[in-house]
Design a protein around this ligand. Structure first.
Ligand code: FAD
Length: 418
């Protein structure tokens, strides 16, 4: 059992303060209690929601197939039951690493022994004429998903998606399944090709086309037009004028670093942290989408914007806050669901650029595992509509053993035997 932490400058009641009410924050609080920490734990959460996870927002929750329960990583009652003070609808406006205090938006200050910044990321905005029109959305929060669910339900709407990344493609799929007419604008010739290459990006793109999604590629918007304050059209860089009832700008996210920057922490594509998620300030840690962490395997910084990272980092941050020797050394993992395509990916994306792509299974049937092999070793693997293989893929990556790519491609050779 860990003793409550305190410093000589603070009362013994001073404990852990977690800024941000997302998945990383909730996981960190849960881990502190699981590790036996008995001191005070306070979560400062800007949104007026019990901490929730975002993946269902663009999938089952948006489609109306999943309810609120699917969003909660911990039951709403968990916080009170575990003596964690959850301050929803409250933003932290300043952090003073010297004084060990956090200032809240009502002007009060909260002392801390250790602080965790888990402020996540916010949608990137583009300075486009017409973005202020009614019917134009970005997409990050439960409120965004609830609003778009009511727009999409019943179908028949013309939806223009600006951005062809994972979130844009997922929302496009859900909107189409609900009977809407979606046109997607993307800067790549083939959506998702920057992440998984042209061949595999084509698998996802073709599935969308089959379902009726239209693509204007490579293209972006030059103007959003409206009438009486309501969106009506989108003009594209290719000179097309698309009818639009709804426009969604999904062009990536920016880490929420304002608090950390003003506190003087080192910023480098997010808050720079060690593998133990320690920032440049003593007793201040960062985790989740906002943190750019040194990865001990690649020896380089990586800022992951994925669900599994928020969980893994929340755990590591909590253990580091307790003075344990913890490291974020997981193999990065993420997943997506688009129409009937379910996908999981593990590996080091940065190492796939010069790697050989090895396919096991059938791209045509959309049942396959794609491996990226660099210098004879698997550096990433992605299974599509094939399940229960992630542990083996991760083992192949972490073992760093030399691989026979012919065997890797042969479905008759058990993966475990390679
Ligand atoms: C629609 C959608 C679908 C996704 N789907 C997938 C998926 O299928 N697979 C996958 O791997 N990943 C997915 N992700 C990514 C995943 O959800 C994120 O990586 C994860 O949410 C990061 O968690 P986090 O706790 O770091 O940040 P967040 O979830 O962003 O939470 C941060 C919280 O901190 C709050 N905050 C910010 N500043 C302050 C402040 N100053 N004071 C107090 N609170 C503050 C914010 O309001 C926010 O509530 C998806 C994301 C979105 C938006």
């Amino acid at each position: 059992m860990n003793e409550p932490l305190s410093t000589s400058a603070h009362s013994p009641a001073v404990g852990m303060v977690i800024i941000g009410g997302g998945l990383a924050a909730a996981t960190a609080a849960e881990t502190l209690r699981k590790e036996g920490y008995a001191g005070t734990v306070t979560i400062i959460a800007e949104e007026s929601e019990t901490p929730y996870q975002r993946p269902p927002l663009s999938k089952g929750f948006l489609a109306g197939k999943e309810g609120e329960d699917a969003l909660l990583p911990l039951p709403a009652s968990w916080y009170a039951e575990n003596n964690v003070t959850l301050m929803t609808g409250t933003a932290a406006t300043a952090l003073d690493p010297q004084a060990h205090t956090v200032t809240l938006d009502d002007g009060t200050t909260l002392p801390y022994a250790k602080a965790l910044i888990a402020t996540g990321a916010a949608p990137r905005h583009i300075p486009l004429p017409g973005v202020e029109l009614k019917g134009v959305y970005t997409f990050r929060t439960k409120a965004d998903s609830v609003a778009l669910k009511s727009e999409f339900t019943g179908g028949g709407k013309n939806v223009v998606m600006i951005g062809s990344g994972w979130i844009g493609m997922e929302i496009a799929a859900t909107a189409t399944e609900l009977g809407n007419h979606v046109t997607l604008l993307g800067l790549e010739e083939v959506p998702l090709s920057a992440a998984i290459g042209t061949e595999l990006g084509t698998v996802f793109t073709n599935r969308h086309k089959e379902a009726g999604v239209k693509f204007v590629l490579p293209a972006s918007a030059t103007e959003i037009q409206g009438s009486n304050g309501v969106v009506t059209h989108v003009l594209t860089t290719t000179g097309v004028r698309l009818p639009a009832d709804i426009v969604i700008v999904a062009v990536g996210v920016i880490p929420n670093i304002a608090l950390a920057r003003e506190a003087g922490l080192t910023i480098n594509n997010g808050i720079e942290v060690t593998a133990g998620l320690q920032t440049s300030a003593p007793d201040v840690f960062a985790a989740g989408d906002v943190a750019n962490a040194m990865h001990p395997v690649t020896g380089s910084f990586a800022r992951s914007e994925h669900w599994a990272n928020a969980i893994a980092a929340g755990k590591v941050a909590a253990r580091s806050m307790l003075g344990q020797d913890a490291m974020l050394d997981d193999i990065p993992y993420f997943y997506t669901d688009q129409f009937d395509l379910g996908m999981e990916y593990s590996g080091f994306g940065a190492l796939t650029k010069d790697a050989e792509l090895v396919i096991r299974g059938s791209l045509e049937k959309r049942e396959f595992i794609a491996f990226w092999v660099l210098d004879g070793r698997v550096v990433a693997g992605m299974n599509v509509n094939m399940w229960d293989v992630q542990d083996t893929i991760k083992e192949l990556i972490s073992s760093q053993r030399n691989i026979d790519t012919l065997k890797l491609a042969d479905p008759q050779t058990p993966l475990e035997a390679i």
